[in-house]
Design a protein around this ligand. Structure first.
Ligand code: SF4
Ligand code: SF4
Length: 373
């Protein structure tokens, strides 16, 4: 099982797609859900309890998460020193990566770092100077011997040209990211009316994705390289292996849970404080017998549910975009799946010819890449 350990509810950035949206989000009543807004800012439980909890599962993977988890360097070290986890992963904005000693960094299996593309775009969304600091830190981490995967984790919305920015992340002079993942900022806030999502998704994002899929397969053909673009890897792997009945691909609520700062367990880190979804406390819960929570309508009746998996449990239960608005998000899912499906015969042929291998599509699942953007 995977557990996102929320080390803090605090952030040290004010990104446009999160802080900016929160300022405009005036839903005082959170859709009838009972929400605890008073969680401790830092972990308020004994780390020994986390060890006891995690120790019951020989495959326990802990993902440090926040807020910004590296605001709590001492807690990261304490947990890595104490808890019997099979692997540790961090999802971070990267600003404090240089503060964690290499003996700890080098024990991480994966670093997911928030970078939205090139310097101009990343700084536009995340604040001036952020890109430079993050890239400098990543270089230090590599120089100090970190050999695991560094995944550039983009948040994508209207200012993003997906084709241009993913290509930049794959091929730039600043830092050699091992992989790229992106998630659409869509359906997480009550913001559809003030956005230009429809125009952007139809004119920029969807055509950009189709172009990117073609580029991805062209690279397999020309260089024998399966570039690690997580959304494409996940869907292509399912198509190649004939797995067309995926559960939620981020794993939330069935293989991937989040532990709040007070020790309560919820299906996903975005659902912190939502008491209706509390699944127990680390002091008493069995990590292997947690209740499963699945997405409901409209996903369960959707013709591509098997490949999509439902995209996002949080969006599915909170329904912050109207059904009509959310259909545009589903259209992006369908567009990506169709584009990959159209290229599957070419991919199969390349595997048959020995240009690439089935194993090239393998990846560590549920560590923070949702696969369906
Ligand atoms: S495409 Fe939309 S409705 Fe269909 S399964 Fe995915 S999120 Fe659900
Ligand atoms: S995709 Fe949605 S349900 Fe899954 S982890 Fe992200 S916010 Fe949670």
């Amino acid at each position: 099982m995977l557990f996102h350990v929320i080390l803090t509810t605090e952030y040290n950035l004010k990104c446009k797609y999160c802080f900016g949206e929160a300022l405009e989000d005036f839903d005082s009543v959170f859709y009838g859900f009972d929400v605890d807004y008073s969680l401790p800012k830092r972990i308020g439980y004994d780390v020994g309890l986390l060890d006891k909890f995690c120790g019951q599962d020989s495959d326990c993977v802990l993902v440090f998460y926040g807020g910004e988890p590296l605001l709590c360097l001492d807690d990261v070290k304490r947990i890595m020193d104490t808890v019997r986890a099979r692997r540790f992963v961090v999802q971070t904005n990267g600003l404090h990566l240089d503060g964690l000693e290499s003996t700890y960094v080098n024990r991480l299996s994966v670093i997911l770092v928030s970078v939205d593309g090139d310097e101009g775009l990343t700084d536009f969304y995340r604040g001036r100077g952020v890109f430079r600091k993050v890239v400098d830190n990543l270089r230090v981490v590599r120089r100090n011997g970190f050999s695991g995967e560094v995944i550039a984790r983009m948040t994508v919305m209207e200012e993003t040209d997906i084709y241009k920015q993913v290509l930049w992340l794959l091929n730039n002079e600043e830092f050699a990211f091992s992989a790229v993942h992106w998630q659409l900022n869509a359906g997480f806030w009550s913001d559809f009316e003030r956005r230009k999502f429809k125009e952007w998704s139809e004119k920029s994002y969807n055509p950009g994705i189709r172009r990117l899929v073609r580029f991805w397969v062209d690279q397999m053909e020309k260089r024998g390289a399966v570039l690690r673009l997580y959304p494409f890897l996940g869907v292509a792997q399912s198509l190649l292996f004939g797995e067309e009945k995926s559960l939620l691909r981020c794993g939330a609520g069935w293989i991937n849970y989040a532990i709040q700062t007070d020790g309560y367990i919820v299906p996903c880190p975005s659902m912190w404080g939502m008491r209706d979804f509390y699944l127990g406390h680390i002091s008493t819960a069995d990590p292997l017998r947690l209740k499963k929570v699945y997405v409901g309508e409209p996903c369960t009746n959707c013709k591509i549910f098997g490949l999509c998996g439902g995209r996002c449990l949080y969006a599915n239960v909170t329904r912050r975009w109207s059904p009509e608005a959310y259909k545009l998000v589903c259209r992006t899912v369908e567009n990506m799946i169709d584009a990959i499906k159209a290229e599957t015969p070419r991919i199969r042929q390349l595997i048959k010819n020995g240009k690439i291998k089935m194993e090239d599509f393998e990846f560590m699942k549920y560590v923070g890449c949702e696969i369906i953007p």
